[in-house]
Design a protein around this ligand. Structure first.
Ligand code: GCB
Length: 641
């Protein structure tokens, strides 16, 4: 390897010195010799505040005593959406504050050992949350899908109630300034509506599930602790480069040992500095699933702090060494062209709604692999960190989307909305920056980008995101309406959704080749940027059949996909770099005349059974994967996984 090439990698990395500094760092809680984790998953007490103003809980200070002392409570599982847990339709469609409470026995040592920090962390709650411990407010957070935490050591030591009481109030109301936005509409005509009737209007196509969706837990660290780690990787020939930066809280000077460890447990590089570049000889790169015989290779970087006393902190972070870049016609991972053959998903299932559920997560990964999908987009919000960790390990490539969905009202382009959107991007990048699977940020889905303020809004949002993370491309997802291209000049990759022969020219599949060709030529012609078909598809009610195909049957869904695929095959020779089906599985939506118990564009049913389209997609994706010619024979389709 030429010396200049090696230096090239180093210089590239050193230029990234100032990145990733925004956002409140929240390392994923991991156990280590210095850190304990106590999960609070299970049954919590629950009450929805059904008072007309939804404010009784605050007026009567429900957080000050046990919830059961201020009124009736029911059992509520955490994590889970509360909407589908009971038989009560008013709870399914509830808008306003709900109250959760759980008592926890905190290990005595956590209370007596002043050198231990005790942190309460909520993986995500929809959408506005306030948290009290023993009646003392410890945290307030706006927005779902992202974690927040509070150090509670001083509160639990003050009046060591046994057990200690955690109360969380969560409000799912959406306004013009929230993400996603929504409006509350009161109907005061009492000849038509009952007294106090109001609805939550939303401008997105999934059920507005609410509650505590991801695990709540307590974890400990020593007083001096690893607060954040940022890792950026590169390579040159067989040398891997891991640029890292560790931030420490709770001590002005500490001794540090940073070690990079391979999968077999061998130390491959180390340092005593809080930032620097670790070099890995004979590097094993992180490769996507089906692009390499050994996908998802992870090292781990172990940070060990010694503050001179006996207590030390140890934190280990998985690290995949890979690069991402974009040309005018290609998406490159490790300098090799990568074609996205994948899906759009939702966090959605029967009963649990958006609650994190391990059996579902593992089933979905098995289905992704069966399908031959190498990627997905986290439509339309950040998914659980546990899911991204699976992607890292299995080599599933991710387009990581923020909850900027349904920005349709001109009032949602104001300064307050933009400021919140920027904060959410800070939180998202801060949470997900170290995942090798995350290769691109998506700042919004199908906003009304033809509106006047949209240009300033998206220019600011996209440039802010690029400044946060110069190592990954940025996109925003547009529909095929060419008038909505206001964000396109600023993005690195154009992502277009279209539903030809469905929302337009319903039943006329003969328009697909013409309209899809026009779509691609327009966008590429104007912007000369690579394009991903980020959504396409058709609803199919499982088991509904018709030949010749008609809308809503499995045959129609299959035929729409095949027509799209013909055009993709022409365009992927030039500038189309990916195709993501809408959707992986059927999912729940608001009730409405276009939805028969939810959106049925899944290639799997909501219960994860394949429709005819799944087999079409499976054949195609394995064929596309085999074209790379880099798969060992045993991974070739058909195979048993
Ligand atoms: C879209 C949206 C997605 C919808 C889908 C549909 O363009 O991005 O959220 O669910 O269309 O099925 O209408």
């Amino acid at each position: 390897m030429a010396v200049s090439e090696r230096l090239g990698g180093l210089v590239r990395l050193l230029c990234l010195w100032a990145v990733f500094d925004a956002g409140n760092p929240l390392l994923f809680p991991r156990e280590s010799v210095s850190r304990e984790v106590k999960e609070l998953s299970g049954l919590w007490s629950f009450r929805a505040d059904k008072s007309p103003t939804r404010n009784q809980g605050f007026q009567r200070a429900w957080y000050k005593s046990r919830l059961i002392e201020t009124g009736p409570v029911i059992d509520m599982p955490v994590p889970a959406s509360y909407n589908d847990i009971t038989q009560d339709p008013t709870l399914r469609d509830f808008i306003g504050w709900v109250w959760y409470e759980r008592e926890v026995v905190v290990p005595a040592r956590w209370l007596t050992d002043e050198g231990t920090r005790v942190v309460l962390r909520v993986g995500s709650a929809h959408y506005y949350s306030i948290v009290w411990v023993n009646g003392v407010k410890v945290a307030e957070h706006e927005g779902g899908h992202l974690p927040f935490e509070a150090e509670i050591g001083s509160v639990i030591r003050e009046g060591p109630a046994v057990p200690c009481r955690v109360t969380i109030a969560v409000n799912n109301t959406l306004t013009l300034q929230t993400l996603p936005p929504g409006t509350i509409q009161y109907m005061s005509d009492q000849s038509k509506y009952p007294e106090g009737f109001f609805v939550q209007n939303i401008y997105f196509d999934f059920f507005n599930y609410a509650g505590i969706h991801r695990p709540v837990l307590l974890y400990t660290t020593p007083k001096a602790y690893v607060d954040d780690i940022t890792v950026v990787t590169d390579f040159s020939d067989n040398i891997g480069l891991v640029k890292y930066k560790v931030s420490v809280q709770g001590a002005s000077t500490v001794n540090m040992k940073v070690t990079l460890i391979d999968k077999d447990g061998h130390c491959v590089a180390s340092s005593n500095e809080s930032s620097g570049v670790l070099k890995v000889v004979d590097v094993k790169l992180w490769w996507p699933y089906l692009m390499h015989e050994n996908p998802g290779y992870l090292y781990s970087i172990e940070v060990r702090l010694m503050d001179g006393s006996t207590s030390e902190d140890v934190y280990s972070l998985p690290v995949g060494i890979r690069t991402v870049s974009v040309t005018s016609t290609q998406f490159l991972i490790n300098n090799k062209p990568f074609y996205f053959h994948g899906v759009n998903k939702h966090e959605d299932s029967d009963i649990r709604g958006k609650g994190l559920d391990w059996p579902l997560i593992v089933k979905d990964f098995n289905l992704l692999k069966w399908l031959g999908a190498n990627s997905f987009r986290t439509s339309h919000y950040p998914y659980a960190e546990e899911i991204l960790q699976m992607c890292d390990r299995h080599g599933i490539v991710v387009i990581d989307e923020c909850p900027g969905v349904g920005i349709k009202d001109i009032r949602s382009f104001g300064n307050a909305s933009l400021a919140h959107h920027l904060d959410v991007m800070d939180e998202l990048v801060s949470r997900d920056k170290n995942h090798p699977s995350v290769v691109m940020w998506s700042v919004a889905n199908e906003p009304a980008a033809e509106m006047r303020p949209a240009e300033y809004y998206f220019k600011t949002l996209i440039s802010h995101t690029k400044a946060l993370d110069p190592t990954r491309p940025v996109t925003f997802i547009t529909d095929s309406n060419f008038a909505r291209d206001k964000g396109a000049p600023f993005v690195d990759v154009i992502c277009v959704n279209s539903y030809f022969s469905w929302y337009h020219d319903p039943g006329h599949m003969e328009v697909i080749p013409i309209q899809l060709n026009t779509q691609f030529e327009n966008w590429y012609g104007k912007y000369q940027k690579p394009i991903i078909q980020s959504e396409y598809g058709a609803d199919a009610v499982p088991g509904l059949h018709s030949d010749p195909p008609v809308m809503f049957t499995e045959e129609y869904q299959k035929a729409v996909l095949q027509s799209y695929h013909d055009v993709f095959d022409q365009k992927r020779k030039h500038y189309v770099i990916g195709e993501l089906i809408w959707n992986f599985a059927d999912f729940m939506t608001l009730q409405g005349i276009t939805r028969v118990v939810g959106n049925k564009k899944g290639v799997f049913s909501r219960q994860r059974q394949p429709k005819a389209a799944a087999f079409i997609l499976r054949e195609r994706y394995w064929r596309l994967a085999n074209e790379t010619g880099r798969l060992p024979p045993w991974t070739k389709y058909p195979c048993s996984l």
